[in-house]
Design a protein around this ligand. Sequence first.
Ligand code: CA
Length: 531
Amino acid sequence: MKSKKVLAALLAGVVILTTVAGCTSKKENGNSEPTSSSQGKLEGSLITPEPTEFSVFLNFNNMPFDSEWKVWQEVAKKTNISLKGVIAKSNSNEQEAFNNMLASGKLADIIGYVDASEIEKLGRDGGMIALNDLIKQHAPNIQKVLDTDAKFKQSAVSLDGNIYQIPKNQELLTAEFWWVRQDWLNKLNLKAPTTVDELYKVLTAFRNDDPNGNGKKDEIPLFDRAGNKMPDEYLYLWDSSTEFYPRDGKIVFEPMEENFKTGVKNIVKWYKEGLIDPEIFTRGPKSRDILLSGNLGGATHDWTSAGNYNDTLPATIPNFEMKAIAPPADQNGKVIERTTRYPGAGWGISSQCKDPVAAIKFMDYMFSEEGDTLMNWGIEGETYTVNADGTKKYTDTVMKSEQTPIGYLRSQGIQYRIGMAQDSAYEIAFMTPAAKEASELYNANPSWFPKDMPPYLDGALGLKYTPENESEYKKIMSNIRPYVDEKFQTWMLGTANFEAEYDKFIAELKKRGIEKAIEINQEAYDTFLGK
Ligand code: CA
């Protein structure tokens, strides 16, 4: 009931917004050089001759924007533009605050929100300005990223071709890495596996040869703390999954492909032989802590944080070492890492903003060297210092604060959720040596990452659909996904026979509309490719 009321209020708000937007954009079109922001030459990074204030809707990790933050006061000094948050500091519910703003019909000049598709929706309804021309004319730094970074462009451009929000970009390629117990390899005199067959041999040795040395066959060779969420991740080892995937411009549903048969047959075998965590579906997100601190786990596919255990566990497990290895080559000899990183939600300009030119120049400033440094590192001498070789280092204020370094920076408005480029050096600054090594290994091998890929998040393609296609697609897949997941689990656990059931399984997928779902995905993928 409540959500319906909000929706009604929201729609009423939109009607008003659309009218306002109509007025504003007419004005804009009739006067291509509006307002103070383009008058004369301004010194340094100044954007406007007089101090200008924009209202802003931002609430990152339950921290509403606070204009008292020093780094933002520094930004105001440099640019003459300051921001004033519209969310009360006591209001930490971002979604509620967003809906209230829409319902009120009064939009902040600049809006950032956790869900970029909501900003795009607001844009299509007239509440956000299409930024394409503003960027071309006034934002050379953003334009440069759009021209050179396909992922950034894909995130920025909505399905109607308009840019309603400037994303927060990520420089590092990798999300996850293959990790293996180097001390176990050493103990059993094994080399790091480079292919899926070698991985099988290593896991089998972990299983049979007692690398933890307790005389019991208790090792769990392959585990994953996200196993309950996506057990099909191991299918990547045979270049397959339970999802859609692009192959040479064509979208396929991978369970219908030959690789899937190879992958599932092997997973059934690995599971039966005790190579995969027998509790993979139920052990939950604490799997990694439990299995590593218990000296039981052998290999996993996980974030850089898997390297953090090297700092603590050697105290109780002598020689303990997690080490990142290249993704094992699949049965065709190809090395592929499917999980990569994508730009996140950023911010855009509302149709009620009185000076969109100054606002876009302000957003562009965040991508300039000076703005980028402020947003990633804060204020020199306070949160960072510059080394003799020009690299930067966070001060003890950041590194030794009572919060985590990242937590501290965010509490100061640094590394906040706005349209900016997250500096890879910033992330590396917090990494342990094992994590750094992992990150360097994967980032030095861009050829491992598939080309022409839309976002692939939690193993699913992040394509943008037309509203009609989206509802039909969701309807079909709500019938197919649970069926595929259930079947895959029963095969893996050995409660049903994969080979005996496969043909019936495919027939059932077709009955449930898989061909239409592939067609819808193909259309969305063609749009993504710019066809
Ligand atoms: Ca053992």
